[in-house]
Write a protein that binds this ligand. Structure first.
Ligand SMILES: [Zn+2]
Length: 173
Protein backbone atom coordinates (compact mmCIF):
# COMPACT_ATOMS: atom_id res chain seq x y z
CA UNK A 1 0.00 0.00 0.00
CA UNK A 2 1.39 3.43 -0.87
CA UNK A 3 2.62 5.33 2.15
CA UNK A 4 0.51 8.42 2.97
CA UNK A 5 3.45 10.56 4.12
CA UNK A 6 5.53 9.74 1.05
CA UNK A 7 2.61 10.56 -1.23
CA UNK A 8 2.02 13.86 0.57
CA UNK A 9 5.72 14.77 0.42
CA UNK A 10 5.81 13.99 -3.29
CA UNK A 11 2.79 16.20 -3.94
CA UNK A 12 4.57 19.09 -2.21
CA UNK A 13 7.69 18.46 -4.28
CA UNK A 14 5.61 18.46 -7.49
CA UNK A 15 4.22 21.86 -6.55
CA UNK A 16 7.72 23.23 -5.95
CA UNK A 17 8.93 21.88 -9.30
CA UNK A 18 5.98 23.46 -11.08
CA UNK A 19 6.42 26.81 -9.33
CA UNK A 20 10.09 27.02 -10.28
CA UNK A 21 9.65 25.38 -13.71
CA UNK A 22 12.37 22.78 -13.15
CA UNK A 23 13.01 19.17 -14.09
CA UNK A 24 13.82 16.56 -11.49
CA UNK A 25 14.30 12.92 -10.75
CA UNK A 26 13.05 12.32 -7.25
CA UNK A 27 13.30 9.21 -5.15
CA UNK A 28 11.75 9.28 -1.73
CA UNK A 29 12.05 6.54 0.80
CA UNK A 30 10.93 5.90 4.35
CA UNK A 31 10.59 2.74 6.40
CA UNK A 32 7.36 1.85 4.60
CA UNK A 33 8.33 2.18 0.99
CA UNK A 34 9.44 4.40 -1.86
CA UNK A 35 8.03 7.02 -4.18
CA UNK A 36 9.55 7.79 -7.54
CA UNK A 37 9.13 10.73 -9.88
CA UNK A 38 10.49 11.62 -13.31
CA UNK A 39 9.68 15.24 -14.03
CA UNK A 40 11.01 16.32 -17.40
CA UNK A 41 8.14 18.44 -18.62
CA UNK A 42 9.27 21.90 -17.53
CA UNK A 43 8.00 24.47 -20.04
CA UNK A 44 11.49 24.98 -21.54
CA UNK A 45 11.91 21.29 -22.51
CA UNK A 46 10.30 19.38 -25.37
CA UNK A 47 9.45 16.39 -23.19
CA UNK A 48 5.72 15.95 -22.76
CA UNK A 49 3.54 13.42 -21.03
CA UNK A 50 1.38 11.46 -23.41
CA UNK A 51 -1.58 9.39 -22.31
CA UNK A 52 -1.39 5.82 -23.59
CA UNK A 53 -3.72 2.91 -22.86
CA UNK A 54 -3.20 1.92 -19.24
CA UNK A 55 -1.04 4.88 -18.24
CA UNK A 56 1.24 7.50 -19.72
CA UNK A 57 4.72 7.86 -21.10
CA UNK A 58 7.24 10.60 -21.77
CA UNK A 59 7.46 11.68 -25.40
CA UNK A 60 9.65 14.19 -27.19
CA UNK A 61 7.59 16.80 -29.04
CA UNK A 62 9.87 18.91 -31.15
CA UNK A 63 8.53 19.46 -34.63
CA UNK A 64 10.11 22.43 -36.37
CA UNK A 65 6.71 23.93 -37.23
CA UNK A 66 5.77 24.12 -33.54
CA UNK A 67 8.46 26.76 -33.03
CA UNK A 68 8.52 30.34 -34.32
CA UNK A 69 12.20 30.26 -35.35
CA UNK A 70 15.00 27.82 -36.11
CA UNK A 71 16.85 29.19 -33.06
CA UNK A 72 13.91 28.62 -30.71
CA UNK A 73 13.58 25.05 -31.99
CA UNK A 74 17.29 24.39 -31.53
CA UNK A 75 17.37 25.93 -28.06
CA UNK A 76 14.55 23.74 -26.70
CA UNK A 77 16.15 20.60 -28.12
CA UNK A 78 19.55 21.58 -26.82
CA UNK A 79 18.24 22.40 -23.32
CA UNK A 80 16.34 19.10 -23.18
CA UNK A 81 19.37 17.09 -24.26
CA UNK A 82 21.48 18.91 -21.66
CA UNK A 83 19.05 17.96 -18.90
CA UNK A 84 18.69 14.34 -19.98
CA UNK A 85 22.45 13.78 -20.23
CA UNK A 86 22.96 15.64 -16.97
CA UNK A 87 20.57 13.20 -15.30
CA UNK A 88 22.27 10.22 -16.93
CA UNK A 89 25.65 11.32 -15.51
CA UNK A 90 24.24 12.05 -12.08
CA UNK A 91 22.34 8.76 -11.93
CA UNK A 92 25.43 6.84 -12.90
CA UNK A 93 27.31 8.52 -10.08
CA UNK A 94 24.44 7.82 -7.66
CA UNK A 95 24.31 4.21 -8.69
CA UNK A 96 28.02 3.77 -8.03
CA UNK A 97 27.65 5.40 -4.62
CA UNK A 98 24.61 3.29 -3.68
CA UNK A 99 26.24 0.13 -4.96
CA UNK A 100 29.26 0.76 -2.72
CA UNK A 101 26.93 1.35 0.20
CA UNK A 102 24.87 -1.76 -0.60
CA UNK A 103 28.03 -3.87 -0.65
CA UNK A 104 29.20 -2.45 2.67
CA UNK A 105 25.79 -3.10 4.21
CA UNK A 106 25.79 -6.53 2.67
CA UNK A 107 28.91 -7.48 4.62
CA UNK A 108 26.92 -6.90 7.81
CA UNK A 109 23.79 -8.58 6.59
CA UNK A 110 23.38 -12.30 6.83
CA UNK A 111 20.87 -13.75 4.43
CA UNK A 112 19.20 -16.56 6.33
CA UNK A 113 19.96 -19.85 4.75
CA UNK A 114 17.35 -21.05 2.33
CA UNK A 115 17.18 -24.66 1.30
CA UNK A 116 17.27 -25.74 -2.27
CA UNK A 117 14.14 -24.94 -4.21
CA UNK A 118 12.81 -22.36 -1.73
CA UNK A 119 12.19 -18.83 -2.95
CA UNK A 120 14.91 -16.52 -1.64
CA UNK A 121 13.83 -13.71 0.70
CA UNK A 122 13.16 -10.27 -0.77
CA UNK A 123 16.44 -8.79 0.51
CA UNK A 124 18.47 -11.52 -1.12
CA UNK A 125 16.66 -10.88 -4.39
CA UNK A 126 17.46 -7.17 -4.01
CA UNK A 127 21.18 -8.05 -3.93
CA UNK A 128 20.84 -10.28 -6.99
CA UNK A 129 19.06 -7.46 -8.81
CA UNK A 130 22.21 -5.39 -8.32
CA UNK A 131 24.40 -8.21 -9.61
CA UNK A 132 25.66 -8.86 -6.08
CA UNK A 133 25.85 -12.36 -4.65
CA UNK A 134 23.71 -12.57 -1.49
CA UNK A 135 26.17 -15.06 0.02
CA UNK A 136 29.57 -13.42 -0.43
CA UNK A 137 28.44 -9.87 -1.43
CA UNK A 138 30.76 -9.76 -4.43
CA UNK A 139 29.69 -8.72 -7.95
CA UNK A 140 29.53 -10.88 -11.02
CA UNK A 141 27.78 -14.03 -12.09
CA UNK A 142 28.30 -16.54 -14.84
CA UNK A 143 25.10 -17.26 -16.71
CA UNK A 144 24.22 -20.87 -17.29
CA UNK A 145 21.33 -22.64 -18.95
CA UNK A 146 18.18 -20.68 -19.58
CA UNK A 147 14.71 -22.21 -19.31
CA UNK A 148 11.71 -20.10 -20.19
CA UNK A 149 12.06 -16.80 -18.37
CA UNK A 150 14.52 -18.05 -15.80
CA UNK A 151 18.25 -18.58 -15.95
CA UNK A 152 20.78 -20.39 -13.77
CA UNK A 153 23.57 -18.18 -12.48
CA UNK A 154 26.74 -19.04 -10.61
CA UNK A 155 28.63 -16.55 -8.45
CA UNK A 156 32.05 -15.86 -9.95
CA UNK A 157 33.49 -15.49 -6.49
CA UNK A 158 32.04 -18.14 -4.15
CA UNK A 159 30.28 -20.48 -6.55
CA UNK A 160 26.80 -20.08 -5.02
CA UNK A 161 24.18 -21.06 -7.59
CA UNK A 162 20.73 -19.63 -8.13
CA UNK A 163 17.89 -20.03 -10.54
CA UNK A 164 16.56 -16.53 -11.12
CA UNK A 165 13.77 -14.78 -12.92
CA UNK A 166 14.70 -11.25 -12.00
CA UNK A 167 13.60 -8.86 -10.73
CA UNK A 168 11.03 -10.93 -8.83
CA UNK A 169 12.17 -14.43 -8.24
CA UNK A 170 15.24 -16.38 -7.21
CA UNK A 171 15.83 -19.80 -5.71
CA UNK A 172 18.97 -21.53 -4.57
CA UNK A 173 20.05 -24.54 -6.62
ZN1 LIG B 1 29.14 -15.41 -4.04
Amino acid sequence: MPDVKLKAAMEEIKTVLKNYDICAIVLLSNQNGMEFLHELTATWTCARIQEIPGGHEIRIKAKREDFPTEEAHYKVLNDTVGTVFGFVDALQYSQEQMMGLAKMLGKHFEITHVTRGDKLPERAIAFLNQDICPDCKESGFIQGPRGGNSVNITCNHCGARFNVCLPWFAERI
